[in-house]
Design a protein around this ligand. Structure first.
Ligand SMILES: [Zn+2]
Length: 767
């Protein structure tokens, strides 16, 4: 009998489970004789017969970007021993790192928990690859194997991938397939219409499924199991395969099939760059691997620059233009195929088929638990499926694929090919006998539901709409849009680990990032108080679900909307939680931008302005937030800064008597005034005067920049506001004035740069 890649992968995963069983004192089923490919793969990755499971050090601690100035050594952190679980709640809790190794009692308790789970689930499931993989993810994400900062799940998965790539591969060449769906921004953000927010959410979900389908096509054509997927999400994918002629051909054909279909369906807005890079398999565990990874990514950029080269004839062929779709503006569809966007509204705008299906999907996405992939167009489902019609290319047959979605985890679909369970960590669900190829689909999918409205059954149990978000906001009725992403992620992947930049580490770090953005952000939005780290700076300590909607949350970035003040609060939460989650490593930071708009303001423009705010934050040096048209470091917004701009000025002009105020930064002042509840009139006056002060300050600074800088003028520029600030303060209520800290701190030149931001924030909260 010929060995299949699934057999090989299964054997590796069984061996990893056996290691887990050994650690927890459970007697696992007998292991079969080892395949030579498995032996070789283990040899390459350093998996020895005496390698044992142990506690896991935080992988982020090892990240050290070489071009950054040396900073104090970061503390060594450990993963808490905590199973990833959502048995009794929607999302698992965020596991924050520990500053010391889990105690032997904690280890014993965790061993007992694993022992129990294996006892309950291994019987009859020893060949259920999906279930074994989930067990490894649940328990093996916080345990090491061999190296202290490599997780058991990552070593298992990468060993399986290499072993399958070695099948019938005497040259031992491995292929790193990299893919990137570009144009996502265009596809997602350029729409305009009523209910756009909902459609936007659907569009980003749809693109996740397109990525998933590219993965599915590659896996089935290359006949390799899912363990070979190193990363897939947010339009990016990395897969390992044999470095053979067949891989080359499959990559080419799959790319052509998808781009022909994408061109047809989206008029070239979305494009799939897909390529492979071959190298000797032994380099996977060496520092060379980082170069291969970067080169594979660079090759994609080349593809993007030659977009649709294979389909050029079709691209330039003249086409009739018609009445455009009112949502995406395409004008190439027959006018009679345009349909009313919202079937429940008599005067709804006319839109193309894709836009209509996105609108419907947006209404139904709430609470999707399972997604069934099938080649059958006739599956019994309440909702209309999403279809992918890939054309035949040469000897590659065309294929029609449908994705059906369900709001219970247990759909019984005989024609199913794969079942994706959304954010589901429940082991029982993976041993359901009717499922074939079940796997987890991680999805940043939090959205506050709207209250059932008797008059509007269509909207009942859907996501909050923009108008509702604005109405829920404190102060001014506005919607906030937040975009955020990890700074220098490319560099972290290319050289963050120095010589230890190996495949298992990269797999580990991308898995941890995915967990944060796709899984734990949901937890944070849903149950704030159990998911924030111990010390957190916050405006309000509310514990209700956030009134926000995730439009996209994936690989290392997010785009959300919501009640404006909650979006601001959430951004602060995300930043602080992310820093705690990554062990406060100074090389791993986030930048973000927020725009605040009227609910009726076109969505694509809101998306653009939050994008601009984020760009400004990145361009000003990263680790920053752009908000209210200004950019400051996060710790300046939060009032936790140890060093500020003024320190440098102060030092230059030799003014050591200027002490740091006890309140420093933006949030402390907003917080104080919010808590004191000073009344609308006081607030209005304070805001007006503070804005005038800020203006005096800004004009002074500008003048000094233009003029020839005299030492004296420069050293006084941060003091010019003092008379006006004294006036502003004198007009506050007595209880605020009695607060010595508040009074002296606001007068401090250290706080001078923050006046405008403080005033704007107070104003919006009290409008
Ligand atoms: Zn359209």
């Amino acid at each position: 009998m010929v060995t299949s890649s699934k057999d090989v992968a299964l054997q590796v995963i069984q061996q990893a489970i056996a290691a887990l069983a050994k650690w927890s004192g459970f007697t696992h089923p007998t292991l079969e004789k080892e395949y030579p490919e498995v032996t070789r793969a283990k040899e390459i990755l350093g998996w020895k017969p005496d390698t044992n499971v142990g506690t896991l050090r935080l992988v982020f601690d090892s990240v050290d970007l070489p071009d950054e100035p040396k900073k104090e050594k970061i503390q060594q952190n450990y993963h808490p021993l905590k199973v990833i679980d959502n048995d009794h709640q929607e999302y698992p809790d965020i596991p924050y790192p520990l500053d010391s190794e889990p105690s032997s009692e904690q280890q014993k308790a965790f061993q007992l928990e694993i022992n129990q789970a294996l006892r309950n689930h291994l019987q009859d499931n020893w060949v259920n690859l999906s279930l074994l993989m989930l067990i490894l993810e649940k328990f093996g994400s916080c345990l090491s194997f061999g190296q202290s900062d490599i997780a058991l799940v990552d070593i298992a998965r990468t060993t399986a991938a290499i072993a399958t790539a070695l099948l019938n591969n005497p040259a031992e060449e491995i292929s790193l397939i990299a893919g990137d769906l570009s144009g996502i921004q265009k596809f997602i953000y350029t729409i305009s219409s009523d209910g756009a927010l909902k459609s936007l959410r659907a569009r980003s979900f749809y693109l996740e499924l397109v990525t998933e389908e590219v993965v599915q096509q590659l896996l089935s054509r290359l006949e390799i199991p899912r363990t070979n997927v190193i990363y897939a999400g947010g339009g990016n994918l990395y897969i390992l395969a044999s470095g053979t002629e067949n891989t080359k051909k499959v990559v080419q054909k799959v790319r052509e099939q998808f781009n022909t279909w994408l061109l047809d369906e989206f008029q070239g807005k979305v494009f799939l760059a897909l390529d492979y890079l071959n190298f000797p398999v032994t380099e996977i565990a060496s520092a060379e691997f980082a170069n291969h990874w970067s080169n594979a990514t660079k090759n994609l950029a080349l593809h993007k620059s030659q977009k649709f080269a294979d389909q050029i004839n079709k691209f330039i062929a003249p086409e009739d233009s018609h009445e455009p779709c009112k949502v995406c503006h395409r004008d190439d569809v027959e006018p009679e195929t345009l349909q009313p966007l919202n079937k429940h509204e008599p005067d709804s705008v006319l839109a193309c088929e894709i836009c209509c299906s996105m609108f419907d999907l947006g209404s139904n996405l709430f609470g999707v638990k399972a997604i069934v992939r099938s080649t059958s167009d006739n599956v019994d489902s309440q909702f209309f499926p999403l279809s992918f019609k890939l054309p035949a290319i040469d000897d590659f047959p065309g294929v029609n694929i449908y994705y059906y979605y369900f709001k219970n985890w247990k759909p019984i679909v005989p024609e199913s090919d794969t079942v994706l369970l959304v954010n589901d960590w429940n082991l029982d669900h993976y041993q359901f006998k009717h499922f074939k190829n079940v796997s987890t689909l991680l999805l940043g999918n939090y959205g506050k539901e709207n209250k059932t409205d008797e008059n509007n059954q269509e909207e009942a149990q859907g996501f909050l709409r923009a108008e509702e978000m604005a109405a829920k906001a404190q102060g001014i009725n506005r919607v906030g849009y937040l975009r955020m992403d990890v700074d220098r992620l490319g560099q972290i992947f290319a050289k963050g680990f120095g010589k230890n930049q190996t495949l298992p580490k990269l797999a580990g770090i991308s898995r941890e990032m995915s967990y944060f953005f796709k899984v734990y952000l949901n937890s944070l939005a849903e149950q704030r108080n159990v998911n924030i780290p111990q010390k957190i700076t916050q405006l309000s300590d509310k514990n209700e679900k956030y009134n926000i909607l995730f439009i996209y949350a994936g690989g290392d970035d997010l785009f959300i909307s919501g009640a404006w003040n909650e979006v601001v609060d959430f951004a602060f939460d995300v930043y602080q939680c992310f820093r705690a989650y990554t062990g406060n490593n100074p090389d791993i930071t986030l930048s973000g931008g927020i725009s605040i708009n009227d609910a009726k303001f076109p969505l694509y423009q809101s998306a653009e302005s939050s994008g601009d705010a984020e760009k400004a934050a990145k361009n000003n040096g990263r680790d920053r937030l752009g908000l209210f048209g200004q950019v400051f470091k996060w710790d300046e917004w939060l009032g936790t800064a140890k060093v500020t701009n003024f320190d440098a000025v102060n030092k230059n002009y030799n003014n050591p008597e200027t002490k740091k105020p006890s309140l420093l930064g933006i949030l402390p002042f907003v917080q104080k005034l919010e808590q004191q509840n000073i009344g609308v009139n006081y607030a209005r006056n304070f805001v007006r005067n503070l804005l005038i002060t800020a203006q005096i300050q800004e004009q002074a600074l500008k003048k000094f920049e233009e003029d020839n800088k005299s030492e004296e003028a420069l050293s006084t520029r941060y003091y010019l506001h003092l008379p006006k600030i004294a006036y502003t303060l004198a007009r506050l209520p007595k209880n605020v004035l009695d607060d010595n800290d508040f009074r002296t701190s606001l007068k401090s030149p250290y706080n001078a740069p923050y006046f405008r931001a403080i005033a704007t924030w107070i104003e919006l909260l009290n409008r």
